[in-house]
Design a protein around this ligand. Structure first.
Ligand code: 13P
Ligand code: SF4
Length: 368
């Protein structure tokens, strides 16, 4: 198939929503088993209704790895589509309907910065004893770095298992220190859940020499947490948890672990997007719930539970703007182009990077 990256023609923007839906359904039906559409839980409803599988970043990576489809349309963000390309066979093509769908958190750590950090760490400690762990929300180049240095990828649904694996003294190749990037909050929340003290963690500031840490602080730390965050999840506050509890004394609060440790501690539970869905489903019916995560998922859960109180922890929370780049128009365009034999917006990872990144992803898939 001809493989071209190009922007969507502007004519698609003028197509009414009902026509887009009909055309997507028809292109999807015509592509049949050749196609698989994966949809992350943060996607807009106009896209999600066409997903063959809805899931969190871990679940979707598993589905991609197991898929036989020739064309995989990933309705999510760039790092997810990259991981899908790494985990699928060479003849399978992964499409991200809008190439602008990135992740601002993933952009907070790049390969140069991580390699610089590794060199600076080597000045004061034995890097053979450091296990680098990257959150799925990172570029393929960082996953490859981790693969080269004996580490693994993790997602919000398996971070506990991956950190336990990294520091397991009975495992050959384990370490006694973890460099965790790019999300400080997932790293901190997971280490706290595993029972590590806050004092065992240090924040690594990539913009400062040696992370702005003293030699002793680096040597004593078990966790070096990269100073990155999610702009959506950092909006949730302990005050919002308090307000919800004062209005709904019987209510419960569940949040994503990209929220700060204070918010996670104030909540009743925290976990991946998939976890949040299951948690809500398992609660007794009359219990009001406030959810601290991206608004598209919260609104979908509220709509699916019209006679329950299901609200966002913050009323004004914005959607993840990059996730929202994937709309029905882009989905329609890439499907119709694929039907005509043109693969648009294919995500391909260079072979050497893909090989090393796959090592890190395979380790994760084997751990959990
Ligand atoms: P999940 O790992 O829960 O899918 O979350 C990914 C993400 O980007 C959350 O902001
Ligand atoms: Fe990235 Fe945050 Fe959007 Fe998730 S919600 S994709 S971490 S910017």
């Amino acid at each position: 198939m001809l493989n071209i990256s190009r922007s969507m023609p502007s004519t698609y923007r003028d197509v009414p929503a009902t026509e887009l839906a009909t055309r997507i359904a028809s292109a999807k039906a015509a592509l049949g088993d050749r196609l698989m559409i994966l949809g992350h839980h943060y996607q807009m409803e106009e896209v999600m209704v066409f997903a063959d599988v809805a899931g969190d970043s871990f679940g979707l990576s598993q589905k991609a790895a197991a898929s036989q489809a020739e064309i995989i349309v990933f309705c999510g963000v760039h790092f997810m589509a990259e991981s899908a390309d790494i985990l699928t066979a060479d003849h399978q093509q992964v499409i991200l309907p809008d190439l602008n769908a990135g992740c601002s958190m993933a952009d907070m750590a790049d390969l140069d910065q991580v390699e610089q950090a590794w060199r600076e760490l080597a000045e004061v400690t034995d890097t053979e004893r450091i296990i680098p762990i990257t959150y799925m929300n990172s570029s393929a180049a960082l996953k490859a770095f981790v693969g080269r240095h004996g580490g693994a990828v993790c997602t919000s649904s398996n971070a506990q298992a991956v950190l336990t694996w990294a520091l397991d003294p009975n495992r050959e190749g384990s370490g006694d220190k973890v460099l965790f990037f790019p999300d400080q909050h997932l790293g901190r929340n997971t280490a706290l859940e595993l029972g590590y003290a806050a004092e065992s963690m240090q924040l690594w500031d990539p913009s400062r020499r040696r992370g702005a840490l003293s030699e002793a602080a680096i040597q004593d730390a078990t966790f070096l947490l990269w100073k990155g965050h999610c702009s959506v999840h950092q909006r949730f506050t302990v005050e919002q948890v308090r307000e919800f509890r004062s209005t709904h004394p019987q209510g419960v609060v569940v949040v994503h672990p990209e929220c700060s440790a204070e918010v996670v501690a104030a909540a009743d539970a925290s976990g991946s997007t998939d976890f949040i869905i299951r948690y809500l489903g398992d609660l007794p019916y009359g219990v009001p719930v406030a959810i601290g995560t991206e608004i598209n998922l919260v609104q979908r859960l509220a709509a699916a539970n019209p006679d329950r109180i299901v609200v966002g922890l913050e009323d004004m929370v914005c959607p993840c703007v990059t996730m929202s780049r994937i709309d029905a128009a882009h989905l329609c365009w890439v499907l119709e182009e694929a039907l005509d034999g043109r693969i648009r917006n294919q995500i391909t990872v260079a072979p050497e990077t893909a090989r090393e990144a796959k090592t890190a992803l395979d380790r994760m898939l084997a751990i959990v």
